[in-house]
Design a protein around this ligand. Structure first.
Ligand code: COA
Length: 414
């Protein structure tokens, strides 16, 4: 039973030494691993040590570290622009100290730190979706899983792929892929900027223990008129049964900077010989294959959660995005964990500002996060009882203001 005494004993502070990071990475216990020297050396190439908060049972230096929560310094694409965002990661509390308020203390310290750094937004992938809403996070981006038999992969109508595909080695991938990704990233809410270190030590790391029985990471690029317009990262899982190939292509990421290039790189992935299936996850919900396949039902598309967002500074976060043409609305925002956000905010194409007076709509800050990237509409959130309409017609105005022309997409777990 959690007691006040343990709550009083827990102190949280940023790590100063790699050995603290190793102990604060309590989440590795659950992965069945440990933060050995190789893990630390790799992590410190793309992670800032001081962005790891460690939870101590007792007061340092005599206390034991029993959990931790980290954050990457990201830039997140939002409708009409981008914001600095904390990418929350490696959140874990040792099983010896669970349900005693350690996570609560970590979230408090981390969100205060994010705010003091001037990052208007925090975001994360949740292992369990019910944990983070109490801290103001809301599901902002959904993804699709797909498992398609190669024999069912025909496109509807005639299709002429463009450009020329080319398999490249890791070094060339490191040189070519970031530019294509960046072009796509700037057009797509939910995508995160990647540093050179991220590309080298995360996205293209290809650790043998992460291959899941498949072959090495393959990198293919699509060149159109002398420019690389799309790429894909995938793994072959070779298997033969009764003389027939029954392996699969596991698509880890396929990104196109133009719609034509996106269609063509997918045709390449669906046509690889000696495979029976093509599997992918975390595809955007408006993925082109949903309307391009002759039999989309055979792809077995399945919805799943991807990115949760927390508006740490509601005013700055809302001011940074663009809005659809509609009359303004006044939102009454509840925020039990970050009280500075509480109050009434007027949102319009002419800007965002705090106001006095009556509100048109009332909602929790976690629901506002679901609206923020265009991943959920005001009508659907209102039908779920998440938005209270105080002025008739205000849901329609909010829906038009926040709606976007493409679904947000977060292709990579972090
Ligand atoms: C999930 C985890 C971080 C919770 O840590 P904890 O210190 O036990 O959490 P706390 O005691 O501070 O609980 C804080 C609140 O979260 C709730 N909570 C804790 N774990 C939860 C879970 N797995 N699912 C739903 N709610 C949970 C608690 O009930 C409490 O709610 P309350 O404030 O409304 O009473 C910890 O159990 C853990 O490390 N789990 C394995 C790794 C993991 O899932 N990490 C998260 C990765 S995204």
């Amino acid at each position: 039973m959690p007691s006040d005494s343990i709550k009083r004993r827990v102190t949280v502070k940023p790590c100063e030494h790699p050995s603290e990071l190793a102990r604060a990475a309590a989440i590795l216990h659950y992965f069945g691993g440990e933060a050995d020297q190789a893990w630390l050396d790799r992590w410190l190439r793309f992670f800032e040590l001081e962005r790891m908060h460690a939870a101590y049972d007792g007061s340092p230096p005599d206390a034991a570290i029993v959990g931790g929560a980290g954050a990457f310094s990201f830039e997140l694409t939002i409708p009409g622009g981008a914001v600095r965002a904390a990418g929350v990661t490696v959140v874990g509390v040792l099983p010896t100290h669970r349900r005693r308020g350690v996570l609560h203390a970590l979230m408090r310290a981390q969100l205060d730190d994010v705010r003091s750094r001037g990052e208007p937004v925090a975001c994360l992938w949740a292992s369990e979706e019910t944990i983070y809403v109490r801290y103001g996070y809301g599901l902002a981006v959904s993804g699709l899983e797909m498992s398609l038999a190669r024999g069912d992969s025909a496109f509807r109508g005639r299709f002429e792929p463009i450009g020329q595909t080319r398999l490249v080695a890791r070094g060339e991938a490191l040189a070519l892929l970031p530019e294509v990704y960046d072009r796509a990233r700037r057009q797509t809410p939910g995508m995160l900027a990647r540093s050179p270190a991220w590309w080298e030590h995360r996205r293209l790391a290809d650790l043998p223990e992460r291959r899941g029985g498949g072959g090495p990471l393959q990198h293919v690029v699509l060149e159109v008129d002398g420019q690389i317009d799309a790429y894909a990262l995938y793994r072959m899982h070779f298997k033969i049964e009764h003389g027939s190939p029954c392996g699969k292509v596991e698509v880890l990421e396929a990104v196109g900077a133009t719609p034509e290039a996106t269609r063509s790189i997918w045709r390449y992935l669906l046509d690889i010989d000696w495979t029976a299936r093509i599997e992918a996850a975390a595809l955007p919900t408006d993925h082109v294959l949903r309307t391009l396949l002759a039999s989309p039902r055979r792809a077995g598309f399945r919805l799943h959660d991807t990115l949760f967002v927390r508006l740490v500074d509601v005013g700055a976060a809302l001011s940074a995005r663009s809005y659809g043409a509609a009359e303004s609305v006044v939102l009454d925002v509840r925020d039990d964990f970050c009280e500075h956000n509480r109050g009434r905010w007027r949102i319009g194409t002419d800007g965002v500002r705090r106001v006095d007076g009556d509100a048109d709509l009332a909602l929790d800050v976690s629901t506002l996060a679901s609206l923020y990237l265009g991943g959920f509409g005001a009508f659907e959130l209102a039908r779920a009882g998440q938005i209270e309409e105080r002025t008739e017609g205000a849901i329609a105005r909010a829906d038009a203001l926040f709606r976007t022309d493409r679904a947000p997409w977060c292709p990579e777990i972090f």
